[in-house]
Design a protein around this ligand. Structure first.
Ligand code: MSP
Length: 672
């Protein structure tokens, strides 16, 4: 293997137990790492925990533990979760480990010896929550990142000459446009750096939970310098054994959440430049997972634990949902309803159903052996159309995956599933199977071969995202261990005729309504109290005041400043609009304008009362696909409960016209 690929997650703070926000980053990296390995690339995947700093020291004191006890406990919770989920990390670095400490001190010495560290005095504000220096703000000023009050720090410190790297960093961003992705983050970083960089305080002397500064142990190294170094200390930097470092550094991707862009895109490359080390090839920032409309985080007390979802629906359900639901780079919302909806519609009814009906029919009609597609006589253009759709899905999903557009990559694979479903329905293999004539048998063989081959391609393409179920389908297809398959060779027509299927078993049992309730109850019971005082939990990122020093203007803060009358994408995301189909429509007694509708949303049928009776005769609506606002609070109209709203264009004084679709779209699909 000649190609190398090194990918990292951020290392997670140990003041909070893991939640699905952390899982999101880890799953994205795991999917990328798995895909690289499937392509035959020599891949190294690093994760770990960030265990030093004032925040951890205080969290431990609040919990009545020593910092080491707390970090041991929470670090092992992270590791146990990743193990339970089968995350394929190659190394798990802890910043309290000796190998890490040694490496960080080596990096410090290197930067110092190159003349970029000097001693001075810092008087200014510090946000312990974000471990962020907030220069030139007054005592008690709010942190521009999280809004919590900052603390005044007056210390003798070591400083890093960040100001010396302003132009070099700008050259880096322009010379290597994909150093920061997506572009929105890149632009924010560029304007931040252009506005001027001050030297950065990189040591603290008023607490001790950190790595001692070499030759001056009264100081501990600033926790972000400590933490960022993990990406090289884990490879052996500073240890004398540089085999991994030589093989894998520089990293191909540091995957991070958008709130830590500045640390990774400004401080980290500047530290590396100062040490004369190669820079990572790219930093990719994703958005936040929101729950109940705000960022999921321990301090807001609105976290959802991965374990709940693993217990009820399994790891593939969680992985699929996070990768498919969230447009990578943007914020996305989590809800149990949406999770179960996608699980049922796309995993149970989609992939699961395609696998079970294709494999069951091959078992029933061809004794469990992949049949021979027939010669020209029984070939239809629809068969070739599926082969072409599969080729497109391979190209599209590969390209999109490489651009980290997981949602669209999966969408293209599921587009193939929908095409095969339609093909099966139109070709009715079950009817062909009842007939004994040669022509029908030949046609049946072609239809089932085509379906099975498409299923194989879907399975290979989806494996990195949903490894467990796809490994099972692969072996049910009689293909053995999917890990041994070389994804780079994937193309139509590789399914060997006569392949003997394995035991056919369902992979995604349908979830009933109680699944949502069960998960909600599990979360209610397990939800911890908010970890910071109520006043602080209310704090939202605030736009930096005009007078705030540019050096601390933040990416997140800048993003939340909206012009008058505009709403953010998060506000829009609060409205859950879904595709439904009218099953029942009838007039409401004694109400000229109202119709009572029963609308199928894929996972449930809703009663909706709509003021459209003057525009539509009830019988014209049956079977029609409509748009429903699905998360509207229920209300009663003429004694009937209405659960949602039907979307219509309502011109002033005119008749309402229902929103509809020119193309076919599955029930329950969300509009966004
Ligand atoms: N310890 C630092 C990172 C140091 S890396 C050298 C840190 N830790 S953290 O635990 O607070 O967050 C780490 C990462 O977890 C975030 O960057 C993000 O990738 C992920 N997430 C935590 N909460 C999240 C959401 N609610 N949504 C999406 N990702 C989230 O910052």
């Amino acid at each position: 293997m000649s190609k190398h690929f090194y990918i990292t997650t951020p290392i997670y703070y140990v003041n909070a137990r893991p939640h699905i926000g952390h899982t999101y980053t880890t799953i994205a990296c795991d999917a990328i790492a798995r895909r690289q390995r499937m392509l035959g690339v020599n891949t190294y995947f690093l994760t770990g925990t960030d265990e030093h700093g004032q925040k951890i020291e205080r969290a431990a004191a609040a919990a009545g533990k020593t910092p080491q006890q707390l970090t041991d406990e929470v670090s092992s919770q992270f590791r146990a979760l990743w193990d339970r989920m089968g995350i394929t990390y190659d190394d798990f670095i802890r910043t309290t480990s000796d190998r890490h400490k040694r490496g960080v001190q080596a990096l410090w010495r290197k930067i110092r010896d190159n003349g970029y560290i000097y001693k001075g005095h810092y008087t200014g504000q510090y946000c312990v929550f974000d471990e962020l220096y907030v220069d030139a703000a007054g005592p008690g000023a709010p942190c521009p990142e999280c809004g919590r009050p900052t603390e005044t720090v007056q210390e003798e410190n070591y400083f890093f000459k960040l100001s010396a790297f302003q132009q070099k960093l700008l050259d880096l961003y322009t010379g290597q446009p994909d150093f920061i992705r997506p572009d929105t983050r890149r632009n924010e970083v560029i304007s931040f750096v252009k506005s001027g960089l001050r030297d950065l305080s990189i040591s603290r002397s008023t607490f001790s939970w950190g790595i001692p500064v070499p030759d001056d142990p009264k100081h501990v190294i600033y926790v972000w310098m400590d933490a960022l170094s993990n990406y090289i200390t884990a490879l052996g930097y500073g240890s004398g054994d540089t085999k991994l470092y030589d093989e894998f550094w520089p990293a191909d991707v540091h995957m991070i959440g958008k709130e830590i862009v500045r640390f990774h895109c400004v401080y980290w490359p500047a530290f590396l430049m100062a040490a004369g080390l190669p820079l990572p090839k790219g930093i990719v920032a994703h958005g936040w997972l929101l729950f109940e409309e705000s960022k999921m985080s321990k301090s807001r007390g609105n976290i959802v634990r991965s374990e709940t979802i693993l217990d009820v629906l399994g790891q593939d359900a969680l992985r699929y949902f996070l990768l498919r639901e969230i447009v990578f780079g943007q914020d996305g919302s989590f809800s149990f309803d949406a999770l179960v909806q996608r699980y049922n519609a796309e995993l149970a009814n989609g992939l699961g159903n395609l696998a079970s009906r294709t494999l069951t029919m091959i078992t029933r009609y061809f004794h469990g052996e992949v049949p021979y597609p027939s010669a020209a006589a029984a070939r239809h253009s629809a068969d070739d159309a599926i082969a072409r759709a599969a080729a497109r899905a391979i190209t599209d999903s590969n390209t999109l995956f490489d651009q980290y557009q997981f949602s669209r990559a999966l969408e293209s694979v599921w587009g193939l599933i929908a095409a095969v479903d339609k093909y099966i329905v139109e070709n009715e293999p079950w009817s062909l199977g009842e007939k004994q004539d040669e022509q029908s048998r030949a046609r049946l063989a072609t239809v089932l071969y085509t379906s099975a081959e498409a299923l194989r391609i879907v399975t290979a393409l989806a494996h990195a995202a949903i490894p467990e179920a796809t490994a099972r389908i692969w072996s049910q297809l009689g293909l053995g261990d999917i890990k041994k398959f070389d994804l780079a060779t994937l193309k139509w027509g590789q399914l060997q005729l006569g392949t003997r299927l394995g035991k056919v078993e369902p992979v995604f049992p349908r979830a009933d309504k109680s699944a949502i309730e069960r998960m909600q109850n599990m979360e209610e019971q397990g939800r911890p109290a908010a970890a910071v005082p109520a006043s602080a939990t209310q704090a939202q990122p605030k736009p930096a005041a005009a007078s705030a020093p540019v050096a601390i203007q933040t990416v997140a803060a800048a993003a939340s400043a909206l012009p008058d009358g505009k709403i953010s994408i998060d506000d829009f995301a609060k409205v859950e609009m879904r595709v439904g189909q009218v099953k029942v429509a009838e007039k409401v007694k004694d109400a000229d304008k109202l119709l009572r509708l029963e609308v199928d949303l894929g996972t449930e049928v809703r009663q909706v009362v709509a003021g459209i009776a003057e525009a539509y005769a009830p019988e014209t609506l049956i079977g029609r696909k409509v748009v429903i606002v699905a998360n509207l609070a229920p209300r009663k109209l003429r004694g009937l409960e209405s659960n949602g709203m039907i979307v219509a264009a309502s011109a002033e004084g005119g008749r309402p016209v229902l929103a509809t679709f020119a193309e076919d779209v599955p029930l329950g699909t969300r509009l966004k």
